[in-house]
Design a protein around this ligand. Structure first.
Ligand code: FAD
Length: 307
């Protein structure tokens, strides 16, 4: 019940100002955001690698309003690529991007986002790693998939995300389950209307299993983005049924969520990639994490009230 209210608040500037300034917010934000700068995140990447984990790095930010901000987002990712090159981890440290941050919602946004993201994908390829395009709300997806297709002509390893709560996703998965593609399947984190998306958890979970089956039986590289123990077990079983080896799919989870499970899966020999977000514009990302689990909101409320 609270999830949709929190997701609505994630689009409100008034709430953004209120929550960002509230005492106690930082303590809770720190659970989900690995730091403010690239300097903060480098030790986190090193620790993850030492623990046998892989990472995908997200410079937080979305809802930008000017082309200059979009160019700044591109530059922040290019700075990150420079640091990843020094670390020399190759594809063990890849990047996730939100096209909204690259200007997708501005005038001529499709072209602008493509022009801004291309140098990042190119720089990533030059150091032996790759980029995954995150999925945002359903109105942005035709553009995201078109940009994904365009980028794959030169950089076939570019990944994308699909969301099981959307009715369209089963068809997208069939199209994407082709040789060389890298597809992360998640449940979906945005507030979507009943005209385009399942609204109940059982329906979203059932769709997740159907779509994962398509990906596992296809020829691409499935990335299972979930913390749900039931779906993780089903993912392992579907991979086994499809005859996939341990390096022919991977699990992905978010930094700060079920960290013991990251270690357990890696110790079992699975590829386990931790989606590690950092930066100062954390509001939208943080609010989606609160919406996913009401207990986080209680923790947040307590933290603010006791400061
Ligand atoms: P749930 O049923 O929501 O959660 C299962 C269990 O995991 C919960 O019972 C709880 O123990 C734990 N858990 C889940 N979320 C939290 C939380 N916030 N705090 C504490 N515990 C929690 N969504 C998009 O729309 N687009 C994307 O591009 C995208 N990228 C993602 C990348 C990765 C690697 C992951 C893991 C998720 C991504 N998401 C994305 C978010 C996703 O859509 C879900 O909102 C989120 O993963 C919660 O769903 P779940 O599968 O973990 O299952």
């Amino acid at each position: 019940m609270l999830g949709p209210v929190i997701l609505a608040a994630s689009r409100s500037d008034k709430m953004r100002r209120f929550i960002s300034a509230a005492p106690g917010t930082k303590q809770v934000v720190d659970r989900f955001i690995a730091g403010e700068s690239v300097d903060d995140v480098v030790p986190v990447i090193r620790d993850a690698a030492a623990a046998g984990l892989e990472v995908t790095l997200d410079v937080v930010g979305e809802d930008i309003t000017t082309p200059e901000q979009a160019a700044a987002a591109r530059d922040a990712y290019l700075e990150l690529v420079g640091r990843l090159e020094e670390l020399g981890l190759g594809v063990r440290a890849e990047m996730s991007v939100k096209l909204s941050m690259f200007g997708q919602a501005l005038e001529n946004g499709h072209e602008l986002a493509l022009a801004n993201v291309r140098p990042v994908v190119e720089a990533a390829a030059a150091i032996g790693t790759t980029v995954t395009l995150d999925a945002e709300d359903h109105t942005t997806l035709d553009s995201m998939f078109a940009i994904h297709e365009e980028l794959r002509k030169d950089f076939p390893q570019t990944g994308c995300v699909i969301q099981s709560y959307l009715f369209r996703t089963e068809a997208d998965a069939r199209r994407l389950a082709a040789a060389g593609s890298r597809v992360r399947l998640v449940k979906g984190a945005y507030k979507e209307p009943a005209s385009v998306a399942y609204q109940s958890k059982p329906e979203i979970d059932k769709a997740y299993v159907r779509i994962l089956k398509t990906l596992m039986q296809g020829e691409g590289y499935p990335m299972i983005g979930s913390h749900d123990p039931r779906l993780i077990a089903i993912g392992q079983e579907l991979a086994r049924q499809a005859g996939r080896k341990l390096d022919e799919y991977e699990f992905q989870m978010l930094y700060g969520i079920r960290s013991e499970e990251h270690i357990r899966l890696a110790a079992e020999g699975h590829r386990m990639r931790v989606y590690t977000a950092y930066g100062t514009d954390w509001y939208g990302y943080f609010m989606r994490r609160l919406a996913e689990k009401p207990a986080n909101l209680l923790f947040f409320g307590r933290s603010v009230l006791t400061k």
